[in-house]
Design a protein around this ligand. Structure first.
Ligand SMILES: [Zn+2]
Ligand SMILES: [Zn+2]
Length: 283
């Protein structure tokens, strides 16, 4: 789950997702957008359980499921064929086809989709990009005698402000130079990294699969997956801030995965269920 202020995006929905959401205590409120990386069952089966929970949850009126067209067909069958079987949906379910490019933009964040190579067509990764902004310089405002309250809000939002003494303050007087926002990249199952270099460039966080270890590279190639070393190589080459590995095969010990990746890219974590991380710019 990616949260930005009061917006939430669930990325993929494997079996047991709804149960883990319950256990995590994060709740289902505003959980109205699901982004699917691809249509393999371990990434979509949980939609069935999630929907049956939502059926008893009146707070959610609309659920948007974003996915490539192949995945969307399978999700359609699962939701309308298996779960609902002709019954009226308990909420408005919108299946939204994903194409490369801007997918969503609101309240200070935008989400972009980009193609990922894996088994089968229509696999996507997602970039979460916080809008750039100009920081409010509180000392400057103090110097100019700008009182706290709604006047400052006007200036922060780029409007000029008239002070009680009649002076007009332009926003430029109290705003610093523009700074880019934080950027987070999520890549699901993935067979190669060379075509992801540009999209991952300078991301503050990269979340990506790492199904295999290097000694089983052959299996990784055969099934369209990455090794920990592959993932770390991408993080290093793209200059990302922090690497989070997911989709680890149960055959491996976490410390072995971490050791392999850290040799190439030290700032790596192996993500576990219920972990929470904050994504920030380095400054
Ligand atoms: Zn897959
Ligand atoms: Zn998978």
């Amino acid at each position: 789950m990616v949260s930005f202020r009061d917006q939430r995006f669930l990325i993929d929905c494997g079996e047991g997702t709804q149960r883990q959401i319950l256990r995590s205590g994060i709740g289902f409120r505003r959980l109205n957008r699901v982004l699917i990386t691809h249509g393999h069952l371990d990434h979509i089966l949980g939609l069935a359980g999630l929907l049956s929970t939502f059926a008893r949850w009146e707070a959610i009126e609309t659920l948007e499921i974003f996915a490539g067209s192949w995945a969307l067909e399978r999700i359609h069958d699962l939701v309308f064929g298996v779960v609902l079987r002709g019954a009226r949906p308990p909420l408005d379910i919108r299946l939204v086809p994903v194409e490369p490019g801007l997918l969503y933009q609101a309240d200070g964040v935008r989400v972009e989709a980009f193609p990922v190579t894996h088994r089968g067509p229509d696999c996507y990764g997602y970039a979460f990009i916080e809008e750039s902004r100009r920081p409010f310089l509180a000392e400057k405002a103090e110097e100019l005698g700008v009182p706290a309250g709604p006047i400052r809000k006007d200036l922060v939002e780029g409007r000029e402000a008239r002070l009680p003494d009649g002076r007009v303050i332009p926003p430029e007087a109290v705003l610093g130079p523009e700074r880019r926002g934080a950027k987070m990249i999520h890549v699901g199952d993935c067979a190669r990294t060379d075509n992801l270099l540009e999209v991952c460039r300078d991301a503050d966080a990269l979340v990506i699969e790492s199904t295999y270890l290097e000694y089983e590279t052959q299996l990784a190639r055969q099934f369209g997956h990455l090794t920990a070393k592959d993932a770390a190589g991408l993080a290093r080459d793209a200059g990302v801030g922090k690497l989070y590995l997911t989709h680890i095969s149960r055959r491996y010990r976490e410390k072995d995965v971490l050791a392999e990746a850290s040799q190439v890219f030290p700032n790596t974590s192996v993500a576990r269920d219920f972990d929470q991380f904050q994504v920030r710019r380095p400054d």
